[in-house]
Design a protein around this ligand. Structure first.
Ligand SMILES: [Zn+2]
Length: 154
């Protein structure tokens, strides 16, 4: 990183810390001794998603968010929580250094989190994502929720 004051090519990093999706770095120039701060974007590795039919496409944050929003309609789930889920998805695979996941993996991970936030949203998401072709799968998902959430919001 070039010094913005004297143009010296090499500057030293004094301190790095994460801040939102950026890394904040304190730097010092050994030539003019001035200090400055930079914010560098953290680059997440490109994540591709393999669909059930075998086709592959880039992970689409907005698309996933849309899917979750459909599931939480009229439910007490906030946009911030939805954002949190999508962030968690991205972070998880970035931390695992994965570049490829399946829609099933993502779906299961989202479901795990929705389940804790709102059981109804969970079932709705599950019914879309898992594409319950068999009635049994759907009944299993619903019965997993226990008896205290029966026939809510139908
Ligand atoms: Zn300098």
């Amino acid at each position: 990183m070039r010094c913005p004051f004297c143009g010296e090519k090499d500057t030293r990093v004094l301190d790095s810390r994460p801040s939102e999706n950026k890394i904040r770095r304190r730097r010092v120039c050994d030539n003019c001794q001035k200090r400055f701060t930079t914010y560098e974007a953290v680059e997440l590795p490109m994540l591709t998603v393999e669909k059930k039919d075998g086709s592959v496409q880039p992970f689409d944050r907005n698309k996933l968010m849309e899917g979750i929003f459909n599931a939480i309609k009229k439910r007490p789930v906030t946009a911030v929580q939805v954002q949190g889920i999508v962030d968690a998805v991205e972070e998880r695979y970035a931390n695992e250094m994965r570049t490829s996941v399946t829609t099933t993996e993502i779906g299961n991970f989202v479901m795990e989190q929705l389940k804790e936030i709102d059981p109804v949203a969970y079932v709705r998401f599950a019914s879309v994502y898992q594409d319950f072709s068999d009635v049994e799968g759907f009944i299993n998902a619903v019965s997993e929720l226990g008896s205290d959430h029966k026939k809510e919001d139908k």
